[in-house]
Design a protein around this ligand. Sequence first.
Ligand SMILES: Nc1ncnc2c1ncn2[C@@H]1O[C@H](COP(=O)(O)OP(=O)(O)OP(=O)(O)O)[C@@H](O)[C@H]1O
Length: 266
Amino acid sequence: MSLLTVESLNKSFGGVRAVDDVSFELPKGHMMALLGPNGAGKSTCFNMLNGQLVPSSGSIRMEGEELIGKRPRDIWRLGVGRTFQIAAVFNSMSVVENVQMALFSHQRRLLRFFKPLHRYDREPALELLRLVGIEQYADKPCSTLAYGDVKRVELAIAMAHGPRLLLMDEPCAGMAPHERNGLMALTRRLVDEQGISVLFTEHSMDVVFSFADSMLVLARGKLIAAGDGNHIRHHPKVKEVYFGSGKTFEEDAREPNTGAPVSTEH
Ligand SMILES: Nc1ncnc2c1ncn2[C@@H]1O[C@H](COP(=O)(O)OP(=O)(O)OP(=O)(O)O)[C@@H](O)[C@H]1O
C-alpha cells in the first residue's frame, strides 16, 4: 500500500489554476522529487499536503486516512513533517536543546517549573544528533554553526516528531555543492534505514537525479510527467518546459574536484 495517495487535487486562486487535477502515489521508504519551473504549483501542492492550504477539490490520503479538512497541527501529529527553504531553528539555544525542545513538544508534555529544559530528553536528543552526524556540536549555540550543519539540526528536529512523510522545501537552497550532497546523502540514508518517505522540491537537478527514486514534473499546475530519472530526462514535455532555462539534467552528483561519489560522512 502507498503511504500517500493524492487524487484529482485542485487549487485555484481566482482565475489561476495553481494545481490542476494532480494525482500521484508515494510509496513507503521512497524519495520523490516534485519539480517544475517557477510558478508551476510546487509550493501550493506542499501547502495542501500539510494542511496550510485547503484544496478546491480532490483527495489526499495517508495510508487510507483523508487529510483534507484536518488542521495542520493534526496532520503534523499524523506524521507529516516539513523542513523549510530557510532552516527554522532557535539560534540562541544550543543544538541539543533545539532537539530536546522538539522531543518535548512531540510528547505534548508540560515543562515543570523547577526542572530546566536541558534535563529533559538529553540522551534521545543526542541519539538524533548522532543520526544526522553532528553530535559533536551538541552544546554549541545554533547561531555558531555552518549553514549545512544548521540544516542537519533542522532534520534532527523533524525526525524528533517521528515523521512517516517528510516534506522538504528546497532543502539545498543556499548551500555549497559539497554541503548539499552531504545533506541529501544523509536524507537518502534516513529514507533507507528509517523507512520514512520524502517528497522534496529542488531546483538543483544534479541533486535530484542523484538521490530521488522518482520525480513528478509540474508545469502551470498540471502534472506533465512522472517516473524515474531516465524517464524524466528524456521526456519530451519536460525538455520543452525546461528548454532555455539552463538546466542540465546531469547524470549524477559527484564531489567537486575529486570526482568521487558523494558520501554521508560529515
Ligand atoms: N496565495 C496566492 N494567491 C494568488 N495566486 C497564488 C497564490 N499562491 C500561488 N499563486 C499562484 O499560483 C501559481 C503556482 O504558484 P506556486 O508558488 O505554487 O509555484 P511554485 O512551483 O512553488 O513556484 P516557485 O518555484 O517559484 O516557488 C502561480 O501562478 C502563483 O502566482
